[in-house]
Design a protein around this ligand. Structure first.
Ligand code: CAA
Length: 379
């Protein structure tokens, strides 16, 4: 067993750390307050190769492993989880799904531009009445011969307005239940496709979350991913990988808050000594650091299994379940260590605490992860 990162992985980690500190940190509080999408920063992330890290260089990607991806995700999430969710969806749900299951034509047309960040992708599964219960799709894709007619509404879509390419899950044949579902590539600008209202969120407020409406949108058959009826398996398989991305985001949020709390504990004095000299704070820091290390091991294990082409479904769900839980614990303790300063925006930890919550909800809630894990255990 080797816990040592390679030279390449360390270089990716350092590049992501530098980018996060130099480009994301300035303005992160304002973007959160104003709910402003980090458009210029995402463009630069594309130029630096962070938007299609694992995509084969044939399709303009970085050709990197999943370990490099989670290292970069952790560093970027320490500073700006709004930027990292955009990165995670583009890498894990859109690029990975298209590369694994798309046709050569789809890869040429869409993947090549998504992998460089020239355009951004969105993954559209959730609906007003189908969140965790993902098989209950109400959006319909009626088979019209050479095209599908798409009708319905999608909710809480990350990159909802900033994306140009949308992978939309829809029901074609309800009698076949989940085997009658398709995944279609929809382009912004297709007649009948309207971006709906932007959500006013608790956290990740810089990210761009919208509802989407489709009314008689004609989607060519060439834009279907996989065989007829493959859409649900496509969504589930893609989400298995996506959960590694969100687990690394949760890990980064926790690690970012911990690093701030550690620094503050060395600087702030109370009762004649630094906070770090008080056992009450020492024990908090010890618990936080231990939880972060445990989460990182789970995240790296899931990433490693994926790289080795081994079954990573359970490992990814465990990593997301645990990392998102400790992100709650660690960010709450980081606010506590900062006292009154922790409750105001300037010190960053209150934002990280708000950002942490979503990691227990999207790409499968905590309860869904427990379903996935227990099903794997009882197989
Ligand atoms: N991997 C691969 N296939 C899977 C799977 C998995 N983890 N889980 C289920 N499947 C397959 C099953 O094998 C089955 O296929 P077959 O019939 O061909 O064998 C099919 O899916 C249906 O499975 P179930 O009968 O088990 O379906 P279910 O309704 O009981 O439950 C579920 C499935 C696991 C609960 C699923 O609905 C689920 O994962 N729900 C959560 C959805 C989710 O994560 N939403 C997040 C939205 S995306 C997002 O958040 C992106 C963003 O913007 C950040």
């Amino acid at each position: 067993m080797n816990f040592q990162l390679t030279e390449e992985q360390l270089a990716v980690q350092q590049a992501a750390r530098d980018f996060a500190n130099n480009d994301l940190l300035p303005g992160v509080i304002d973007r959160d307050t104003e709910q402003k999408f980090p458009k210029d920063q995402i463009k630069k992330m594309g130029e630096l190769g962070f938007m299609g890290m694992m995509v084969d260089p044939r399709y303009n990607g970085g050709g990197m492993d999943t370990i490099s991806y989670v290292l970069a995700m952790e560093e970027i999430s320490k500073i700006d989880a709004s930027a990292s969710v955009c990165m995670s969806v583009n890498n894990s749900l859109v690029c990975w799904g298209l590369e694994k299951f798309g046709t050569e034509e789809q890869k040429e047309k869409y993947l090549k531009r998504l992998a460089t960040g020239e355009v951004i992708g969105a993954f559209c599964l959730s609906e007003p009445e189908a969140g965790s219960d993902a098989t209950s799709q109400r959006t319909t894709a009626e088979d019209k011969g050479d095209h599908y007619l798409l009708n319905g509404t999608k909710n809480w879509i990350t990159n909802g307005n900033s994306a140009s390419v949308y992978i939309v899950i829809a029901q074609t044949d309800i009698s076949k239940k989940h085997k009658g579902i398709n995944a279609l590539i929809v382009e912004k600008g297709m007649p009948g496709f309207v971006v709906g209202k932007k959500e006013d969120k608790m956290g990740i407020r810089g990210s761009d979350t919208h509802s989407l409406m489709f009314t008689d949108v004609k989607v060519p058959k060439a834009n279907r991913i996989g065989e007829d009826g493959f859409g649900f398996t496509f969504a589930m398989t893609t989400l298995n990988g996506g959960r590694i991305g969100i687990a690394s985001q949760a890990l980064g949020i926790a690690a970012g808050a911990y690093e701030l709390a550690l620094k503050y504990s060395k600087e702030r004095k109370a009762f004649g000594k630094t906070l770090g000299e008080h056992q009450a704070i020492q024990f908090k820091l010890a618990d936080m650091a231990t939880k972060i290390d445990a989460a990182r091991l789970l995240v790296h294990q899931a990433a490693w299994l994926k790289d080795q082409k081994k079954d990573f479904v359970k490992a990814a769900a465990m990593a997301k379940l645990y990392a998102s839980q400790i992100a709650q614990d660690v960010t709450t303790e980081a606010v506590q260590i900062h006292g009154g300063y922790g409750y105001v925006k300037e010190f960053h930890v209150e934002r990280l605490m708000r950002d942490a919550k979503i990691t227990q909800i999207y790409e499968g809630t905590t309860e869904i992860q427990k379903m996935v894990i227990s099903r794997e255990l009882l197989k």
